[in-house]
Write a protein of this length. Structure first.
Length: 370
């Protein structure tokens, strides 16, 4: 099944509700043809509202929306040539799977033979051909979600919109459906926009991620770029699991720039030290990811002593929850070592991968390309 593809552009988009509540503030987002773009952020960040404005289910207060170069602000949802997959599947319980998938086409008076062809093509792609005669109540959650996706596919839309479609599924099925949706994107060669609060979904599925907070776009980029070069503390802490550690450390000059909290002292790499020199005698956030902390059996230079508060064995690795002085942190380490709550361990951070953030603005001191 060949899909139409389209570029989606949001230019200075705002959404203000009654009471001057600004749900989306000056969003500028471009989704290129055939991209799989994920809007991610905590609850209430504006990601679903943004998706609904693209769909035409919410009015745009300010700004302009373009799909395939055509302004869509005042175009009714039915005329936007988009298809949306909802969190709750939104299937008609009294209709069979076939009837659910065919319903939108029947409303548009598509010829019966064409409907039959499209439904069976979509069912084959999603491996639900054997369920076409069943009612939704006879299907599992994952099967119902496939039907909802199939109903979108048969419409042959320019753009697919997904609003947290996997949140009702159990953890194992979510992993499976993530892989299936990524594969579907490649097979359909379609433009897809996907909303989730789960950064793991965003990292594993997206070509491009849009991170949102409090109605504003914080950063846009590929998953690895956001992971390695976050523009601010929020993005750094939101992308990655377990999240990045942040320690408040003082910058000093002791025959070179060091950062410390009194219990330990770290020397940044030369390029980072040059930036930190501007913050001498000030406090900055030192960011280091759990996987960039190496356990060392003996005290070592450029290391952090920390006391274990929780040990989480996960099979392939172990998460250690610790306190470095009074500051909490987590380390991801090898399961071959035996750790006990109450032990003090030595952790050596990979200073090449360290991030630094301004205490007031929370912006990265290194820029997003360091």
């Amino acid at each position: 099944m060949v899909q139409k593809v389209a570029k989606v552009e949001l230019k200075d988009i705002c959404k203000v509700y009654d009471g001057d509540v600004k749900a989306v503030d000056n969003a500028n987002i471009t989704v290129e043809d055939k991209e799989f773009v994920v809007f991610v952020g905590p609850s209430g960040c504006g990601k679903s509202t943004t998706l609904r404005m693209i769909a035409g289910l919410e009015d745009i207060t300010e700004g302009e929306l373009y799909i395939d170069g055509e302004k869509m602000n005042d175009v009714p949802p039915k005329d936007r040539n988009i298809a949306m997959v909802f969190q709750n599947y939104a299937l008609y319980p009294h209709m069979s799977v076939y009837e659910n998938m065919a319903f939108g086409l029947k409303i548009k008076k598509v010829p019966k033979a064409e409907i039959d062809k499209r439904v069976h093509e979509a069912a084959k792609i999603l491996d639900i051909e054997k369920f076409l005669d069943r009612k939704p109540r006879a299907l599992s959650g994952g099967q119902r979600q496939r039907v909802a996706v199939g109903r979108a596919i048969v419409r042959n839309p320019k753009v697919f919109l997904f609003d947290e479609p996997l949140s009702n599924l159990d953890a194992k099925l979510r992993v499976q459906m993530r892989a299936e949706l990524s594969d579907l994107h490649l097979r359909l060669n379609a433009t897809m926009i996907y909303v989730t609060h789960d950064q793991v979904e965003a990292m594993t599925m997206a070509n491009k991620i849009v991170v949102m907070k409090d109605g504003r776009v914080q950063q846009t980029g590929s998953p690895l770029h956001l992971y390695n070069h976050p523009v601010n503390k929020f993005v750094a802490g939101f992308i990655g699991s377990p999240p990045m550690n942040f320690l408040s450390l003082n910058v000093a000059d002791k025959d070179g720039i060091v950062i410390s909290d009194g219990d330990f002292e770290l020397r940044p790499v030369p390029s980072h030290a040059e930036v930190l020199r501007n913050y001498k005698d000030k406090t900055v956030y030192f960011g280091i990811r759990p996987e960039d902390l190496r356990y060392c059996e003996n005290p070592a230079p450029n290391s952090i002593p920390a006391k274990i508060t929780v040990v989480e064995p996960l099979g392939a690795d172990i998460h250690l929850w610790l306190n470095a002085g009074t500051q909490p942190m987590v380390a991801r380490t090898d399961p071959q070592h035996v750790f006990k709550v109450g032990d003090t361990v030595t952790l050596v951070p990979d200073m090449e991968k360290a991030r630094f953030f301004d205490r007031e603005t929370e912006l990265s001191l290194l820029g997003d390309n360091s």
